[in-house]
Design a protein around this ligand. Structure first.
Ligand code: PLP
Length: 395
């Protein structure tokens, strides 16, 4: 047997290329016209037709665009779905999912979601007859208890934002299956690299691609990944009807960003663990929430359903004054909304992402004024630690 055929044999015996390989190659095949290794941006609204009903599969870019097709193929592969549909933002993706429902339908949601999600649900979609209730989904029994006759969907984030509570996806998906309800998981915090909700039983996965998938804090976008073709068809119809599509340029940014997702997530995770360890031992830090710490209440569950712990850490500085003092002192870590970029970002949930909940709403779920949430970047970790040490030194 020649060495060449040995290589072939080994390649054939592998079921599916690995995650990093798919991130770089699926949907990212060289351009058939020129061989360009980067997927071209097709900034076109329309496509010339050769005759009535004769075209190359593209008619109008609200409906389909080649750059968008490539991104959708790539993201479907990374989440292990049958198809993906990309939207103008994470919120547009969540809104598209809600648009699959009808007036009178009910949704059970986590009580500790990204602040924009309950804002859309409570302040916009209730006007159209949709009903929402909020429970702590870290106990699957709460989900079961909240399901009514008219419940059509369960919307879960795990880990939650900012309290890092974990929801047991296999347990919740079993309940949903039994009750004939669709399970939607917002997988933004973990990315498909560390958590694969479809494999754990979810029906659809949603992301703000703005965060880890794009990874460079330079574009806004969202995606829904489907486990069934009928969902993909409905969502394509919604792209066409409602038009909240992602532009070819933004699609290209994500195609570029996602090529390094595996490499970035490895560093985010390594730095995240080191920063969490440092903060957990620091005398100025009153409390810390990170699923990678052995004393996190759901550490074992996190280990079971995630292959890493990620870069999101929330910690308690004691007061709004302390938080502000620390944040003003930081030089490497930047104060800002958002997360998942290569740069370390710190946010203040009470006044930023969770301001819309109001004092009562925040108190009910345990978000305090002294809490800060850090999205650990991929800078040299010593520099992040030194910066945090300096920041904590002034409180
Ligand atoms: C940012 C975020 C969203 C909203 O996404 P946009 O791209 O900002 O519209 C939804 N869910 C989670 C978990 C997020 O972090």
């Amino acid at each position: 047997m020649s060495s060449h055929s040995k290589v072939e044999y080994r390649m054939k015996s592998r079921k599916k290329p690995g995650f990093a390989t798919r991130a770089i190659h699926d949907g990212q095949q060289p351009d058939p016209l020129t061989g360009a290794v980067a997927v071209p941006i097709y900034p076109t609204s329309t496509y010339v037709q050769h005759g009535i009903g004769e075209n190359k599969g593209y008619e109008y870019s609200r409906v389909t665009n080649p750059t968008r097709d490539r991104l959708e193929e790539n993201l479907a592969s990374l989440e292990g779905g049958v198809a993906a549909r990309v939207f103008a933002s994470g919120m547009a993706a969540i809104n598209a999912i809600a648009s699959m429902l009808k007036s009178g339908d009910h949704v059970v949601c986590g009580d500790d979601l990204y602040g924009g999600t309950p804002r859309l649900f409570n302040q916009v979609l209730t006007n159209f007859g949709l009903e929402f209730s909020y429970v702590d989904t870290s106990d699957a029994n709460n989900v079961e208890g909240a399901i009514r006759k008219n419940t059509r969907m369960v919307h879960v984030e795990t880990p939650t934002n900012p309290l890092m509570r974990i929801s047991d996806l296999p347990a919740i998906s079993q309940i949903c299956r039994r009750k004939n309800v669709e399970l939607v998981v917002d997988n933004t915090f973990m990315s498909p690299y560390f958590q694969q909700p479809l494999a754990l039983g979810a029906d659809m996965v949603v992301h703000s691609t703005t965060k880890f998938l794009n990874g460079h804090s330079d574009g806004i976008g969202g995606v829904v990944v489907c486990s069934r073709q009928d969902q993909a068809e409905k969502l394509a119809f919604l792209q066409k009807c409602a038009g909240a599509i992602l532009s070819p340029f933004e699609c290209w940014l994500i195609l570029r960003g996602v090529k390094t997702l595996a490499a970035r997530m490895e560093v985010h995770d390594r730095n995240g663990r080191i920063v969490a360890d440092f903060l957990s031992k620091h005398k100025k830090v009153k409390n810390i929430f990170y699923p990678g710490l052995a004393n996190h209440k759901q550490h074992e569950l996190a280990k079971r359903q995630m292959s890493g712990f990620g870069a999101m850490i929330t910690f308690e500085t004691g007061s709004l004054k302390n938080a502000n003092r620390m944040l003003k002192k930081l030089r490497v870590c930047s104060l800002g909304e958002s997360l998942g970029g290569v740069e370390t970002l710190i946010s203040h949930p009470a006044t930023m992402t969770h301001a819309a909940l109001g004092v009562k709403g925040r108190k009910a779920i345990g978000i305090t004024d002294g809490m800060v949430r850090i999205s650990v970047g991929i800078e040299n970790v010593e520099d992040i630690l030194a910066d945090l040490e300096a920041g904590l030194g002034v409180i």
